[in-house]
Design a protein around this ligand. Sequence first.
Ligand code: AMP
Ligand code: MG
Length: 391
Amino acid sequence: MISVTEALEKLFLIAKVTPVETVELKKCLGRVLAKPLESTRSNPPFPSSAMDGYAIDKANLKSGAEFKVIGESAAGHSYPKKINKNEAVRIFTGSRVPDGANLVLMQEDVEADKKFIIVKENFDKKSNIRLEGTDFSKGYKVKTPLILGAKEISLLAAMNFAHLSVRKKPTVAIISTGDELVFPGESPKADQIIASNAYGIAALCKECGAEPRILPIAQDNLKSIEYIIGLAQDADLIITIGGASVGKYDLINEATNNFGVDKSFHKVAMRPGKPLMAGKINETALVGLPGNPVSALVCGYVFIQPLIQAMLGLEKKSAPRLMAPCSTSLPKNGPREHYMRAVLLPNGYLEPVENQDSARLALLCDSDALLIRAAHAEAIPAKTQCEYIKI
Ligand code: AMP
Ligand code: MG
């Protein structure tokens, strides 16, 4: 059995980065920018007013000074000429500051009629001008890889990019195995259950930028499993669920051997998730998840999401680990790294849920975190700082 860290390193070795495709900016949310960009424009592209007020030359500016209003500069409708001393142009936020002006008096700081303004006492002396390129200048570099959220898309839109080169979403074929399984919405017989993992794992893949495809359920025989795996060959990643342990009907190991899977590892020193398996069929990565719903999802957070991020060209790193004090004492841990379902309390403490059974999906759903106990960790008193992954 290998450690979680070793297993993740081996997974990164089979992670093939997806090719680049061009996508319309408005469809880029959540995608990963693959080619660095350089802005071809500055923002703002001209000196622009940060206030509603009057653009002036500040040479003769003092309280009581009088300026003649000679025109207007509105957003999209600049004042075309240069202004002279003792002249003012009515100006609005975002409008181009006319040549000759070097300060915008706030409208609250002047007495105004249609033709003249008079500066009040204690007026604001700030320039209230955003110089050309104060936000970003021509040549500003956008580095990759970059996950495109709302703020990144705003910036690239401001640079006038309408299409972006992004990583293709890794396609993930998800295969449930088991005679006892039916999909949600079907009518299970008395001894059947719902293949919930396929949906959970698909959601988890989608969450981190992949394109999941739920395949038909494979029955617990080699022929059926091999047939369904055969349907998945064009995917970037195949995930099987269940049948990974050592029971009579746990046939994933044998089926993948028959398929010529080049195994990276089978069994990881973790709890839950021990029967995890990984390898490669030609260029396609394959991960065999355990069937128990909590085990499958924990492996999803710990292995599948980092693997997909690596396939998207992002940094090869484990799920971010945070720190919080544990509300209770915990006993010495055994030889496997333990991912304990825990609630993050309003006071910042982590409270492990009362039962850590790997089939208790409802308790997983009540949890906010996986509190991590290292293999062989010593017993700890309450309030000890612990590492956790947010889920
Ligand atoms: P297995 O590894 O196939 O022995 O499965 C372990 C447990 O997980 C069994 O109770 C299965 O019924 C259950 N299980 C397997 N696959 C799924 C799935 N896709 N969704 C929900 N439960 C599953
Ligand atoms: Mg099974």
